[in-house]
Design a protein around this ligand. Structure first.
Ligand code: SAJ
Length: 413
């Protein structure tokens, strides 16, 4: 049996590597030639703990190979991005063009008996669309949306749910929601996932599986928005929000998440919009939560500006640039958004401390932001802004902070 994984990014590559580590032949298809060459040399082009070791080993045994060309396989797993398109009227509609391209790429090589799985987080209805695109390209084959269980081609949605930083563990240990277009599609998908998933494989239909994934991330977004809103209310009322949340969480049925400088990453700030786009009339709370979380960086920027105004020569140290603790991923990071805006507005001298990277991306270094150690930052700065709760900051000697104006968006103090 061979599995073809379409898209070797943050989800596709670990998935391909884990399946290959079970002795299954995996071919990864990726349009980025540099990524293909890197992987075939046994290296990785993304950052994820231990992934390099697994990839090196499965490439050396020949179980994983990357290519830019689609080839026949028994199963195809599509793990391509599903970003959103910004409308002129503040709308955010899902961009399914990568899924469509993947469908058009594999259509010529699919054969009777093949299983096609959509792993990308998708709006409700996307798996049916995928099946439609395949059918359009291959009128010689039968599809489950027309003939149900008897179809030549099986199609299912199985959303990834792994947490960046813990991908290799969670790929294996998490339960999986598997939504086939017919029950035979689900059954065939379960068979494949059972080869590497230790969690439970729970079967539903494709639309419910799509919505389940969007719901998980929206649940988190709404709950973080609640915490972020509390933090601004507490500032108004001169209450320490961290103490407040600690106290409220002593209630057996209350579990408030942590406020922060905003919500980053590639999922939680995106997926709720897919629900809003599908049902704008109904999804009022979900939309409001997005707006609250997207507004939080601007609130923090205002706080920093006010603090800087107290100094003739403000030197602002921003602790953390990553989108969350203990990772080096700076993409879609509210911390980066804040630092960039401060630079654009010439708020003062800007120092950034990010223990997980060796040099600043050019977009930041061009703006005269300087990457320094925590020690240097504490020596030089008069304003300290905690943007990420990295372990290096949590364990730092806090007496050093006492002589500074501190804005602690993560509550590490
Ligand atoms: N954040 C807070 N306060 C909190 C928790 C998180 O401000 O109490 C912020 C983080 O700092 C970060 C953002 O939210 O900026 C998102 O971080 P996260 O750790 O909540 O989630 P992600 O984006 O790394 O991964 C999520 C996970 N989803 C859920 O936990 C429901 C993961 O399981 C998904 O697979 C992933 O999205 C995805 O790919 O969809």
């Amino acid at each position: 049996n061979t599995v073809s994984v379409i898209g070797l990014g943050y989800i596709g590559l670990p998935t391909a590597a884990v399946i290959a580590s079970r002795g299954i032949k995996v071919v990864g298809v990726e349009i980025n030639q540099h990524a293909v060459d890197t992987i075939n040399a046994g290296n990785i082009h993304i950052v994820e703990p231990d992934l390099d070791i697994v990839v090196k080993s499965v490439v050396s045994t020949g179980n994983l190979r990357a290519t830019t060309q689609v080839e026949p396989a028994d199963a195809f797993m599509i793990a391509v991005p599903t970003p959103f398109k910004h409308g002129s009227d503040d709308s955010h509609s899902p961009d399914l063009s990568y899924i469509e391209s993947a469908a058009k790429a594999i259509a010529p090589v699919i054969e009777k008996g093949n299983l096609i799985i959509l792993e990308s987080t998708s709006p409700v209805g996307a798996t049916e669309k995928l099946a439609g695109w395949l059918k359009e390209a291959r009128p010689d084959l039968t599809f489950p949306q027309d003939v149900g269980d008897q179809a030549d081609i099986k199609v299912a949605h199985c959303p990834e749910r792994v947490l960046p930083g813990y991908v290799l563990q969670e790929l294996v240990s998490n339960d999986r929601v598997i939504g086939g277009i017919s029950s035979a599609c689900s059954a065939k998908a379960v068979e494949l996932y059972k080869t590497f998933v230790r969690g439970e494989c729970i079967v539903t239909n494709a639309r419910t599986a799509e919505m389940a994934k969007l719901t998980e991330n929206s649940f988190r977004d709404v709950n973080i928005a609640f915490a972020n809103e509390l933090s601004t209310i507490c500032d108004q009322l001169h209450i320490n929000v961290w103490e407040l949340i600690r106290l409220a969480n002593r209630h057996p049925r209350v579990n408030i998440l942590n406020p922060g400088p905003g919500v980053g990453g590639h999922c939680i700030a995106v997926d709720p919009w897919f629900i809003v786009d599908s049902c704008p009339e109904q999804a009022k709370l979900i939309k409001q939560a997005r707006l609250v979380n997207d507004g939080k960086p601007y609130y923090v920027i205002d706080q920093i500006k006010q603090a800087a105004d107290e100094f003739k020569k403000p030197v602002i140290a921003c602790l953390g640039l990553a989108f969350k603790a203990d990772i080096d991923d700076l993409r879609e990071s509210p911390a980066v958004q804040i630092v960039e805006q401060l630079a654009n507005d010439h708020v003062g001298e800007l120092l950034a401390v990010e223990p997980n990277i060796k040099e600043l991306p050019s977009s930041l270094s061009q703006k005269n932001i300087e990457l320094v150690s925590l020690k240097q930052a504490l020596e030089k700065a008069n304003v300290i802004v905690v943007l990420v709760d990295h372990k290096e900051f949590k364990s730092a000697d806090k007496s050093e902070f006492a002589r500074k104006v501190v804005i602690d968006t993560r509550g590490i103090l």
